[in-house]
Design a protein around this ligand. Structure first.
Ligand code: SF4
Length: 223
């Protein structure tokens, strides 16, 4: 794991159990003190938020890692994204969404004796790694002594281990990024493909699951 000096105490911003599984295992194995920070007011509706959070808590407990459950200030998220409702995924709204979550993470880190924050958001191939990193670096720079660990967790088979762990742990499998607008756009795309709308609480990873249908046409950015 690339970093000039080993961090003392890392606060990992986690969006969900599948994206954080291999990152948690990697940091834990490296012997670095780690806590998980769950601040995701973007996730809509509340039932989806609760399922994703409970899955993350379940895994944190299993690994014996402290889990910090921050507020669900969804009203503030909607207020902050005003004017960007129609932005595409990976557009300006996503940068604002990352920054909002990372600033809160960096603030908590600053107030609670952490020296480093990082995130598993960039492990998803649907995300732009550089966009996630820029938001993390910007957020950390607001708090003296806090740095953003910009490691690309997709490396060293991170992406495939992420799926292996998700299947092994039978994590909840979300069908859209998280916000109301991403659900709207996913449903639009699904309708164009003759597929059913997003169903909350339906899919779970499994070692025995049948092969999933092919992925959509929109090409993910791979780093
Ligand atoms: S698409 Fe995902 S990253 Fe972008 S604003 Fe919505 S929840 Fe946030």
């Amino acid at each position: 794991m690339l970093m000039e000096s080993k961090p003392d105490k890392v606060l990992l911003h986690s969006c969900c159990a599948p994206c954080s599984g291999s990152v948690i295992e990697d940091i834990h194995k490296a012997g670095v003190a780690l806590s998980i920070y769950f601040y995701n007011p973007n996730i809509h509706p509340r039932r989806e938020y609760d399922i994703r959070k409970e899955e993350n808590i379940r895994y944190a407990k299993k690994m014996g890692i402290p889990f910090i459950d921050a507020d669900y200030d969804a009203d503030r998220w909607f207020e902050s994204m005003k004017g960007h409702e129609m932005d595409p995924e990976r557009g300006e709204r996503c940068s604002m969404c990352f920054e909002m979550r990372f600033v809160k993470t960096a603030e908590y880190a600053y107030q609670n004796g952490f020296d480093t924050i990082t995130s598993c958001l960039g492990i998803s191939r649907w995300k732009d790694f550089d966009q996630v990193t820029a938001a993390g670096v910007k957020a950390a720079s607001l708090f003296p002594g806090i740095r953003y660990w910009a490691y690309n967790w997709r490396k060293e088979n991170g992406s495939s281990r992420m799926i292996q762990i998700a299947k092994r742990e039978e994590f909840y499998q979300q069908q859209y990024c998280g916000c109301a607008y991403s659900m709207r756009d996913t449903n639009k795309w699904r309708a164009s493909q003759g597929r059913p709308a997003v169903q909350i609480g339906k899919d779970y990873y499994s070692l025995f699951a049948p092969k999933r249908p092919p992925l959509p046409e929109r090409a993910p950015k791979n780093k």
